[in-house]
Write a protein that binds this ligand. Structure first.
Ligand code: CAA
Length: 385
């Protein structure tokens, strides 16, 4: 597709660099990492050396130019090669690092940000709890203020990167205050006392990313580590989800694009009824629908990223991009597998992996139902009578 009108020269170069790196260094290991549920340490180190973990961050802290448009380009290429690696990257960069960078004081930034950009410190973003997922303001993990420090008790679950992370951003309820205004956001050092990590194995997809439950038992955190004001936690989480959902949308586009390319190639090799699959109209229509939906998803994602980079409201647009792109990934990976027939049903075929990887994009960082709720609430506000 001709993207030259949509991407600047620099963005096209970034896309080429990431595509070459991901196809050469990440894609060849994707199958084994998936099968072994193995954390992509080397992939993340390679991405850190390319400088992309610091996209949009002040160069004085080690960051590089760009913003969400560039991050979307980067993540699409990583996801096309290995969705699991892109999940670990997203949890580290567009959730944890973005939370710390955007809601910290200069002295906090200096302490936490450079190590994260260099990939020395991996981050994990801790919002979800065993009894609280979609209804984020109902969380029950407790924080008590004690002699100027904060003490956390409770459990977080489905936490990406928790097992490997050295820094957590934790959202918890301060002094039992009810509702969304009672939530604080703290940076927690993994080596603080009272932290137990329980890895959760057996995911259907994105198996190269790691997932774990974290128990906090009287975990003491210094006052230095509070992000924003004590009562800001819920709004910090919502604003970060608004921007990170753009990056999940680009992950979904990458998964869809990767599986479509496999289908385009296979459909021209495989013969049925004396001609290649690609010459049957039934297959052509599937390919056309897939390509059209991917382009639409990419445009929605790009629009949301543009708004974010211009500091314009983007809650509706990022929810729309995430909703449409994740449902597109579901649609396209299903059709790509269908086109591969029985061969696509076996684990050594990448379309089988793409099919499993696509599903989570409809669930995490707000399920499709939550995206619809966000869109509906906000458009109703816009057209209030
Ligand atoms: N930006 C700024 N502020 C916002 C906001 C936004 N996008 N959305 C809400 N707020 C503010 C509201 O203005 C309100 O503030 P006031 O009290 O001052 O008026 C406050 O937050 C409460 O808002 P709501 O009453 O609208 O909140 P709610 O309880 O109805 O919840 C929700 C809203 C959108 C459903 C939210 O709970 C939500 O997004 N849920 C999904 C959670 C989610 O996405 N979890 C993902 C986990 S992380 C993950 O998945 C990562 C991974 O594995 C890799």
């Amino acid at each position: 597709m001709n993207n030259s009108l949509l991407l600047t020269e620099e963005q096209l170069l970034l896309k080429k660099t990431l595509s070459e790196f991901s196809q050469k260094h990440i894609a060849p290991h994707a199958h084994l990492l998936d099968q072994n549920e193995q954390f992509p340490t080397e992939n993340l180190q390679g991405l850190a050396s390319l400088g992309v973990m610091g996209t949009g961050i002040d160069p004085e802290l080690g960051g590089s130019s760009g913003g969400y448009q560039e991050l979307a380009v980067v993540v699409e290429e990583i996801a096309k090669a290995c969705a699991g690696t892109s999940t670990s990257f997203i949890a580290h960069v567009s959730l944890t690092l973005a939370t710390i960078y955007n809601f910290s004081r200069p002295d906090q930034r200096e302490k936490f940000v450079p190590g994260m950009i260099e990939g020395r410190d991996i981050g994990a973003w801790c919002l979800t709890e065993p009894d609280c997922g979609s209804d984020a303001s109902a969380l029950s993990c407790q924080v008590e203020k004690n002699n100027g420090s904060y003490v956390i008790n409770g459990t977080k679950t489905f936490i990406t990167n928790a097992n490997e992370a050295s820094l957590f951003t934790v959202f918890a309820r301060l002094n039992n205050q009810p509702g969304s205004k009672g939530i604080i956001c703290l940076v927690v050092d993994r080596h603080s006392p009272g932290i137990t990590i329980n890895p959760l194995k057996g995911k259907m997809g994105i198996r190269a990313s790691s997932t774990a439950e974290i128990d906090f038992n009287n975990t003491k955190v210094p006052a230095f580590n509070v992000l924003g004001q004590e009562e800001d936690g819920f709004k910090i989480a919502m604003q970060i989800l608004d921007s990170s959902r753009i990056i999940i949308a680009s992950q979904a586009v990458g998964i869809a694009q990767g599986s479509l390319e496999k289908a385009l190639s296979y459909s021209q090799q495989r013969q049925t009824f004396n001609r290649p699959l690609a010459q049957h109209q039934a297959i052509q229509f599937m390919l056309a629908d897939c390509a059209t939906k991917i382009e639409a998803a990419r445009l929605l994602t790009r629009r949301a990223a543009l708004l974010k980079d211009q500091n314009l409201p983007h809650t509706i647009e990022s929810a729309m991009a995430k909703l449409f792109a994740s449902e597109t990934a579901h649609f396209v990976t299903d059709k790509a597998l269908q086109i591969h027939g029985g061969y696509g049903f076996f684990k050594d075929n990448p379309v089988e992996r793409y099919y499993r990887d696509a599903k989570i994009t409809e669930i995490y960082e707000g399920s499709s139902e939550i995206q619809r709720l966000v869109i509906a609430r906000n458009i109703l506000k816009l057209y209030q009578i």
